[in-house]
Design a protein around this ligand. Sequence first.
Ligand code: ZN
Length: 192
Amino acid sequence: MTVLPIREMGDPVLREPARPVTAEELAGAEVQRLIDDMIETMRAADGAGLAAPQVGVSLRIAVIEVREGNPRYPYKPPIPLTVIVNPDLTAQGDATFATNEGCLSMPNVRGDLERFENVGVLYLDREGRPHSETRRGLTAGTFQHEVDHLDGILFVDRMADMSSLSTWAEFERHGKDDFVARIEALVERVGS
Ligand code: ZN
C-alpha cells in the first residue's frame, strides 16, 4: 500500500464531478489497489474521510473512518472503516445542525456550515455489495462532506458566512469549546 499525495484546493480535479465506477472496474486490481492506497493515505493524514478526487482520480469512491482518539477530530464519534462506491445520498427530513469542518485538501482552514442531521445513503462496498443505511449527526456530516467531493464541491461552498473561516490554531483557541459543547448535545440528541 502507498500513501498518495493529496491534491489541494486550486487543483481542477477537485472541482470536476467524478464518474461512476463500473462493476468490472470495481472488481479489477487497479481500483482495488486505489482503495487500499486511499485507506492508507487517509490514515497517514489522520483524516476522517478521503474521496478519490483528492488523490487525483475522478471516480465515485470515498473511504471514511474515525478511530478513537483521532488527533485531528478528537470529538468525532468513531466510525468503522467504510468504503463507499457510487453513493447516492438523500436528506431525510429538513433538520440541519451547525457544524465546523476542515478538509485535507484545504490545509489549515476550518469553517462553520450547516449539514443535514439525517441522511439515507445507498452505496456499493468494495466487493460490489449494495448497502442502504441511515447516518445521523456528525457521521451524517462526514458522509455529506465526502459525497460532496465526488460532485466537485468543497465545504467552503456550503458556508453561509465566511467570517467563521479560521486556521486550526485559532479554532482551538476561540471556537473549539463552544463547538464541542454543541456537538456533544447533538450526539446526545440524534446519536451518531
Ligand atoms: Zn474534504
